[in-house]
Design a protein around this ligand. Structure first.
Ligand code: BT5
Length: 244
């Protein structure tokens, strides 16, 4: 069996309260931090989602960022690899059957239990992962409460936050290692198996445009293929997916 030193989380910094773990890691990168450095916070006061959205991050969740130096920092497959690693880690640590919604949502019982935000600052990519582990949903903003869920709610007891952290670091390490060593197809296959999107009717918002159809597959670049009633499937590289 091949043994390998773990890259992801080789240096781990724990912080009590900060704005965003992605921002701290970005400044650590500028100060010479090495690949694999991770930051985990008990609470974020300015957690971010994609496209300028905010991410509620009260105590009880896993708020984690990891510094990576991939060949192509803006590769969409990196976000999919991070989602696969996070989902596999969370499943192993909690037993909750977490699934994936394209491109980067972790879902349980059709509600959002976590998300991934990859920010490319070449040559770096900052991979942010948020998971609602033992969150009290009353601490989430009212507009988020309905669509969110925590692991503890689903499994019926508190979940060991450090076990989830370990699982996610190991899962990300595994998926990133495969991606870096030319085994991206393997990562995409694992994404397909965890997907709750494929085979489902979806509506996708791409900027101002809306596409509706069946999410038939992801392609080799990680783009979502949505088949409408006529013509070739539409290839989606960035957008928000609603399961219909
Ligand atoms: C994401 O964005 O899903 C990416 C979330 C990444 C968060 C991590 S935490 C560590 C690191 N540091 C950061 O600052 N960020 C990363 P997106 O797909 O854009 O989803 C954002 C939307 O999810 C919001 O507009 C809300 O509707 C919803 N939301 C916000 N907080 C939530 C929560 N705690 N649980 C579930 N849904 C939430």
């Amino acid at each position: 069996m091949r043994t390998r030193t773990r890259l992801v989380g080789s240096t781990l910094l724990r912080v009590d309260r900060l704005g965003s773990t992605n921002d701290l890691l970005r400044s650590l990168a500028q100060q010479g931090a090495s690949e694999g450095t991770a930051v985990v916070a008990r609470e974020q006061t300015a957690g971010r989602g994609r496209m300028g959205r905010s991410w509620a991050s009260p105590p009880g969740g896993l708020w984690l960022s990891v510094l990576l130096r991939p060949p192509r920092p803006a590769d969409l497959r990196l976000a999919l690899a991070a989602a696969v690693g996070a989902a596999e880690g969370v499943r192993g640590a909690s037993g909750a059957p977490v699934g994936l919604k394209w491109p980067n949502d972790l879902v349980l019982q059709r509600r959002k239990v976590g998300g991934v935000l990859v920010e490319a600052i070449p040559p770096w990519a900052v991979v942010g992962i948020g998971v609602n582990v033992n969150l009290d949903r009353a601490l989430l903003p009212p507009d988020v409460r309905k669509s969110a869920v925590s692991l503890a709610e689903v499994v019926g007891h508190m979940v060991d936050l450090d076990a989830v952290l370990d699982g996610v670091l190991a899962g990300l390490d595994h998926a990133y290692d495969a991606l870096r060593h030319g085994r991206g197809d393997e990562v995409l296959d694992r994404w397909r198996r965890l997907s709750v999107t494929l085979g489902q009717p979806v509506r996708v918002r791409i900027g101002g445009r809306v596409v509706q159809g069946i999410a038939v597959d992801i392609d080799a670049a990680g783009a979502l293929l949505v088949a409408g009633s006529a013509g070739a499937p539409v290839r989606v590289l960035a957008g928000d997916v609603t399961l219909l």
